[in-house]
Design a protein around this ligand. Structure first.
Ligand code: PLP
Length: 375
């Protein structure tokens, strides 16, 4: 990380961990083969690939045959949702307006091109899905597909995944959870959550960008989203991003090691910031849940309006502090947040999402509060 820059945008992307860089460099140097080639170099690359799959599966208490590598979380969400429609013939999808665009825009495409029905579950003032409403939707549309994320990437709100999975089973629904923000942040047993599908992305847990995976529970399957060769056991065509996959596996292993310690550390930074904002910038409002049903690394808040508050993010940037307001978009600009809009936060008010990692320090949080006060 560039010295003196305070990087508080880890929900957008994280710094690649040192051991991950080492593992990827060694892969680039020593493994030139294509995992589909049958000669020695190819066989060696194949062994590396399957070891990485075993390592990811074991970290998530899943079977290697349940893990399929992709180009990231966006592709994973696309593949799952399209697969549920075209191969599993599900016609009704239930989601929330607070999902990530990788889910919302994919579902919009399914409505437009495949004519599926789309229902939105209500949420409360904090942004938690209304499970009674979800149950009534499931009762009315047996066999639907439910797509609800584990942790919201803007507010950090956590979904009770197991409860939702039980409701889905009761009404023969399939359950897909976008776990991009929680994989690597908790010790997760995917089979214990009883979900059908999940999406993960390496760059959210100190791995490289452009690589992720799909979890497809045993007994579920769909046809490839990308057509071409028969890679990933026919589920995802295209030569595997071997060094990215090695990096993903190493990053997951690294993140889960000493997880308890880093969780406590990050949680303490979040708690300090909540307290400091309450005490030192009265009138600060918190968006989403900030209690125990929220991810320990994300805090979203709106400052009391002040002079030049529309310039808050650029001013923070000039002060060397990286945070975000809406989610990062492809052009690099910050979009108006659909999540904050749905939670009735005025887009003209100065809202900030801070997302920590284990690399952040209390001193950085203190400097951040001082800069906010001075602005
Ligand atoms: N889902 C969630 C919840 C995310 O936060 C992101 C990234 O911001 C994605 C999906 C997309 O993942 P990727 O950047 O790997 O395509």
């Amino acid at each position: 990380m560039v010295k003196d820059v305070i990087y508080f945008d880890n929900a957008a992307s994280t710094q690649v961990a040192g051991p991950v860089i080492e593992a990827m460099s060694s892969c680039m140097r020593d493994y030139p083969g294509n995992p589909s080639s049958t000669h020695e170099a190819g066989r060696k690359a194949r062994i590396m690939l399957e070891n990485a799959r075993r390592s990811v599966a074991s970290a998530l208490h899943a079977l290697p045959s349940e893990i399929f590598f992709t180009s990231g979380g966006t592709e994973a969400n696309n593949a799952i949702l399209w697969g549920c429609c075209k191969d599993l013939h599900r016609q009704i999808f239930i989601t929330s307006r607070l999902e990530h665009p990788a889910v919302l825009n994919t579902l919009d495409a399914l409505v437009r091109y495949m004519g599926v029905g789309l229902k939105y579950v209500n949420f409360d003032a904090l942004g938690h899905a209304d499970l009674n409403h979800l149950e009534s939707l499931l009762k009315e549309h047996r066999g639907a597909v439910v797509a609800l994320m584990h942790a919201n990437n803007e507010t950090g709100n956590l979904l009770p995944v197991k409860t939702v999975a039980e409701l889905c089973m009761k009404y023969d629904a399939l359950f897909h959870s976008d776990m991009v923000q929680t994989i690597g942040k908790f010790n997760i047993s995917l089979p214990a959550h009883q979900i059908d599908f999940a999406a993960g992305s390496a760059h959210k847990f100190h791995g490289p960008k452009g690589v992720g995976f799909i979890y497809v529970a045993k007994g579920r399957s769909f046809k490839p989203f990308l057509t071409g060769g028969g890679q990933e056991r026919g589920m995802r065509a295209g030569t595997e991003n071997l060094c990215g996959i090695i990096g993903l596996a190493r990053a997951l292993e690294w993140s889960l090691k000493s997880l308890d310690h880093s969780m406590l550390h990050v949680q303490s930074l979040k708690e300090y910031l909540i307290k400091a904002l309450r005490e030192e910038i009265p009138g600060t409002r918190f968006n989403g849940d900030i209690g125990k049903h929220s991810l320990y690394s994300i805090l979203n808040f709106t400052l009391p309006e002040g002079k030049g508050s529309g310039m808050l993010l650029p001013l923070l940037d000039m002060a060397g502090i990286c945070v975000s307001s809406g989610s990062a978009c492809a052009s690099g600009a910050s979009l108006e947040s659909h999540v904050l809009a749905a939670l009735n936060v005025d887009p003209n008010d100065p809202s900030v999402r801070v997302s920590f990692s284990r690399h952040n320090t209390l001193d950085e949080v203190k400097r951040f509060v001082d800069v906010l006060k001075s602005l």
